[in-house]
Structure formats: structure tokens, C-alpha cells
Design a protein around this ligand. Structure first.
Ligand SMILES: [Zn+2]
Length: 297
């Protein structure tokens, strides 16, 4: 399940995640093991974005759950439990949003393209805008904003709502058989011939997802710090929001101490391990595993 959640986050929502196992003290109480995907938000705080737990047969025994096996004897099941929740909506907002509002990944944007007619009172503009809404609406989630507001007001409104693409069409565009497409994330303007709209929008939406992902990944990497001694760990935790990667001996005491002196918790023991030093960042004893540490929501 964790792989499915990671795929949802990365491919659909364009949020890169770290896959790993929780430490004993961070795992779900009573579980044999807890696995999680961790994402980094704009402000450098970590958000646990999905979990899966292996329960063993502990809960089944505690609640008296049994079944009759193929051999006709009573048996106790081994269980798993997993979930993502509405916090994933928070992740979308906090991983991609900017000072102008939401930035939504195209796959889940309720409106993927908003059409804003310019000088809609001029001959043919409103009609063409309505026609584009009809034709593009067969392939994309399209809104036509033909309200009385000014174009500038509409631009800001739909930017705030995170609509990935805006299509502007005015009298001069009509004459030239073209329109202007504007990306919400980069604000890049693309002049597009009307008869090439559909493939262009399709390509732009795909690019859009890719650049959201790349930007989030670059941001995460620029906010991830490797620490090999306690002083460096503490000053990094105090001054640099983000993930800290550090080696750990596996003891709960060291984990607790790091929480007390640096205010961070262990986020996960990543499946993709790397040895950045041989010693525990806290006690200096031989290190067992690399751990991601951070401040969490
Ligand atoms: Zn230690």
C-alpha cells in the first residue's frame, strides 16, 4: 500500500516523498512495524502523508478475532492497516502553493483551464470563447469566466484558486486565429494557434505536473542537510528549516535526547539507506541506520 500511496503523491500530486519505516517510539502503538511516506512542505516542516502498519496477530488476539482455517482448526489472523487521509489535501496546498494562492496539480485541479475573454463586447469574442469552452470541455475540465468582472480581477481570482492554465482570447487574437495560454506556476505566456489548442494544452498540463514535481524535489533537496555531529545537528535544527539526515545507533535514549536538545523527531528510517558516517550523531556509538529528522505537522 505504501508504494501505491507514494505513487499517488509523486505521479498524481507531484509531491516527492521519502519512503521508510518508523522508529519504535514513532510507530503506531501496538503495531509490529509502521511504514510511512514523508513529504516536506514549503516552510520546511515534514508532513507524514500516508502510513501502513503491520499488526502481526497482536490486535487479533486482543480482540478475540479468529477464523476457521482450511484444516478446520481455529486460527488467529495476521493483520495490516493503512491509510491516507484528508491531510493529503494539506500537503497539496503546502507543497505547491505560493504567495498568490493555490497551485494545483492538473490531475486533481477541479478546473484545469479557465477561459477569460478580453474585450468580450467586441464582435465574435464572447461567441468564440463559448465555442472553445464547448470543444475543449470534451477533453479537459474547462471553465468559461464570462462574469462582469475585469480581466485583471479574473486573472487574480483564478490564480488564487490554482487553476493551472488560463486562456485569453480577444479581438486581435480572433483576427490572427490564435489565443494566449498562461501558466499559473511560471506565468509563462504561450501564443497558440486555435487549431493547435488541444495538443498544446495536453502537453502543457503534462509539463506542468513535471515542473511542479521538479520544483518540489529541488526545494526538498535544498532544505535537506547531512549532519555528523551533535553540535552541527543542533545548530542546523535551530536555524535551517527542513530535513536533517543523520546516523543513529538505534537507541530510544538518543532519539529522545535529540528531541529535547534540537526539537526534532525522527521522521523515518528510509528504505534507501546510505552511510554518511560510522557514528551515531548523538552518542558517538557505532551507527546502525540513517534517519530523517525534522519538525513535523
Ligand atoms: Zn546513539
Amino acid at each position: 500500500m505504501l508504494d501505491i500511496y507514494a505513487d499517488l503523491c509523486e505521479r498524481v500530486l507531484a509531491i516527492p516523498v521519502i519512503k521508510g519505516r518508523k522508529t519504535e517510539s514513532e510507530k503506531f502503538a501496538g503495531a509490529v512495524a509502521t511504514y510511512a511516506i514523508e513529504a516536506l512542505m514549503h516552510d520546511g516542516k515534514a508532513l507524514q502523508s500516508g502510513t501502513s502498519h503491520y499488526f502481526g496477530d497482536g490486535f487479533a488476539r486482543a480482540f478475540g478475532i479468529q477464523f476457521t482455517g482450511r484444516d478446520n482448526t481455529l486460527q488467529t489472523p495476521f493483520q495490516t492497516s493503512w491509510g491516507v487521509s484528508t491531510r493529503i489535501l494539506g500537503a497539496i496546498i503546502m507543497a505547491h502553493g505560493d504567495d498568490n494562492g493555490l497551485v494545483l496539480p492538473p490531475a486533481v485541479a477541479p478546473v484545469q483551464l479557465v477561459i477569460v475573454p478580453i474585450a468580450a463586447h467586441k464582435a465574435g469574442v464572447a461567441e468564440k470563447a463559448a465555442e472553445l469552452k464547448m470543444s475543449l470541455g470534451r477533453t479537459f475540465r474547462v471553465k468559461l469566466d464570462d462574469s462582469e468582472q475585469s480581466p485583471g480581477w479574473k486573472f487574480a481570482e483564478h490564480e488564487m484558486k490554482g487553476v493551472p492554465l488560463r486562456l485569453e482570447i480577444g479581438p486581435r487574437d480572433l483576427q490572427n486565429g490564435q489565443c494566449v495560454l498562461v501558466r499559473r506556476d511560471t506565468r509563462e505566456k504561450i501564443v497558440c494557434p486555435l487549431d493547435e489548442l488541444e495538443p498544446t494544452i495536453e502537453r502543457l498540463l503534462e509539463d506542468y505536473r513535471n515542473s511542479l514535481y521538479d520544483a518540489a524535489l529541488a526545494r526538498r533537496e535544498s532544505m535537506t542537510y547531512d549532519c555528523t555531529d551533535l553540535d552541527g545537528f543542533m545548530s542546523t535544527a535551530a536555524t535551517k528549516p527542513g530535513f536533517i539526515r543523520a546516523m543513529w545507533c538505534g537507541s530510544t535514549e538518543c532519539e529522545q535526547r535529540l528531541k529535547e536538545v534540537a526539537g526534532v523527531s525522527s521522521r523515518c528510517i528510509p528504505f534507501e539507506q546510505q552511510r554518511i558516517s560510522e557514528k551515531c550523531v548523538c552518542c558517538g556509538e557505532p551507527a546502525k541506520e540513517l534517519v530523517y529528522w525534522g519538525k513535523a505537522y
